[in-house]
Design a protein around this ligand. Sequence first.
Ligand code: NAD
Length: 273
Amino acid sequence: MTVRIGITGAAGRMGRMLAQTIFRREAHCQLTAAIERPASSLIGADVGELLGEGASGTPVGSDLAAAINGIDVLIDFTVPEATLSHAEICATHGVPMVVGTTGFTDSQAAQLQAMTRDIPLCKSANFSPGVNLAFRLAETAARALGETADIEILEAHHRQKIDAPSGTALALGDTVAAARGKKLSEVAVFSREGRTGAREPGTIGFSVIRAGDIVGDHTVIFAGDGERLEITHKASSRSAFASGAVTAACWLVEQSAGQYSMQDVLASEESDS
Ligand code: NAD
């Protein structure tokens, strides 16, 4: 079966990489809808031609509701408000959805989760296989080291990124806090300035860099007395995220309604191999 994929945010950094990944993938998937904001200057342009891949027959459109019957699954990397309105359309039409957008408020995340009663939805702050392995390594380290190590999370991204800390940094924070039996909101320290006093034991600190065209670096530091362990992932291209999201989309069309993450996709692939 050929999986018909739609992309929202098609002209964005991730949208373009997703389209290119689908064009170049040998597995049976096809780009059948590419949606952008109505104000985009690219509405009507052929997606394949935009990417230098030759005519694809798929123009950039602005109306997801009109295109929804032509897709089996939607991949959305946009902004939280747009993701929520796209999720409502998917839920109404029973179309599974892969969500890569980050920066949701708690209430937006809860609204999105409510849609998983109606459709399979795979949401991950990071679709790269390497980062998902880093989550598991960080969890193992947090469990093994317990409160003996101070945990700090560093992330660096390109100058255009609009949310901070990154969704991946927060998800890493959730993972290591949970491994210590805590909620991240109870222990997170998001800024330090001036006379801060000594480090509070058990806290998890975040540091953020925004510069140049950095695709995405994340480090979790476990610092004890006399030694420290660092788990670092560096993305050098968005292709790792795009490839993971397309794999998740092809997997998701076979699933029943519910909330999934890239960890579920990778665990299922591991058990198949
Ligand atoms: P971007 O700004 O380059 O692209 C976003 C696109 O969405 C833009 O083209 C914009 O016009 C479009 N858009 C906004 N509102 C829309 C609407 N209502 N309908 C259709 N299109 C709309 O941003 P980006 O770097 O591609 O990142 C997008 C999101 O994905 C961010 O939240 C980012 O943090 C996240 N991201 C996630 C991962 C992951 O693996 N989960 C990886 C990279 C980026």
